[in-house]
Design a protein. Structure first.
Length: 108
């Protein structure tokens, strides 16, 4: 369409949307959780998800916290590595340390 710019979804936008949907959260709820006014929260989160705007890192950090993921998960381009980051994030720090030590010993 003339005059209408098409935006491709960024990796950050795709990860935000996927995780938000897995959690069953509305865009408004995520926006309000990170301190965006309720009247504009849906539009802002939608723009991030669609790749119209890229959230600044401090905002992405808030979104990651609201979605229960590490910030690195939002920026990870490899789906399998992103799954691994999410799994590690869900572990207690002690368990995470043991798992990482075991893993690194196997691949070294």
């Amino acid at each position: 369409m003339a005059g209408q710019e098409l935006h491709s979804t960024s990796i950050v936008g795709r990860r935000i949307r996927e995780r938000r949907e897995v959690l069953g959260l509305a865009q408004e709820k995520v926006g309000v959780a990170i301190g965006i006014d309720e009247s504009s929260s849906r539009a802002r989160i939608s723009r991030y998800e669609l790749g119209v705007h890229e959230p600044p890192v401090p905002t992405a950090r808030l979104i990651a916290k609201a979605l229960g993921v590490p910030l690195t998960y939002l920026y990870c381009e490899d789906d399998k590595v992103a799954e691994l980051l999410l799994a590690l994030h869900k572990m207690s720090s002690g368990t995470r340390g043991r798992v990482l030590s075991d893993f690194l010993a196997q691949v070294s």
